[in-house]
Write a protein that binds this ligand. Sequence first.
Ligand SMILES: [Zn+2]
Length: 255
Amino acid sequence: MLNALRRLFSKQLPVFDESWRPFLEKNFVHWDTLTPAEVTRMEMLVARLFHETRWEPANGFDLTLDIKVLISAQAAMLLLGLELDEFPQLTSVIVYPSTIRLGSEYSVGGRVRADKTPPLAGQAHYRGPVVLSWTAARRGAKHPEAGQNVVYHEFAHRLDMLDGVTDGTPPLGDEEARKRWVRVCTAAYDSVRAEHSAVLRPYAGTNPAEFFAVATEVFFNRPVALREHEPELYEELRSFYNQDPAHRPQSHGGV
Ligand SMILES: [Zn+2]
């Protein structure tokens, strides 16, 4: 917020550092699949997310510039086609070196979480932080073939939360679009729960919110497979994200 205010008063846009481009070309597999116009918007989004996010290293982790740039770029992919340049109400991004174990030293919204939870790759809190494992975020940036990406997953939750409810339905254009979304996603969700899906991992059957987050990962990472096996779901995501990743050049293993 402070950074945003400073920018408003100084009328300066956050700067995308030129040195980030070759770094992203090398380390973020989807960067090379974008059109020049998309790259221009991505650079603006990456700069904003990089400069305006409050970054918090967990456990004394050395949270380097490269790490922030790579996480910002992956989060920016979700905003690329939206009329949204930031993730509202994101208080901070907390980065752990590897898996996340929430112990008694961790607090959310002032409340100390003393419960022991299984190791996680990420978490998204409503009106709070996004918590990420750097190991998982780095792997996701380079290896789309498995379909998983913790940054896409957690920031998809943030988009889902925009209407105040984490229910797998982000804000949509109108009531008709919402009804169609619910019909298509409910059918795909039920089939994930009932049987093995060819493209969506079983975790998608946990609840509708996880379904949307997992479907988002697959939409960007294995778009051709998703379009083939779940054409209606692909179309809903294409319409929501206003992107058509199946039509992009497929990065290695990304089909
Ligand atoms: Zn999730």
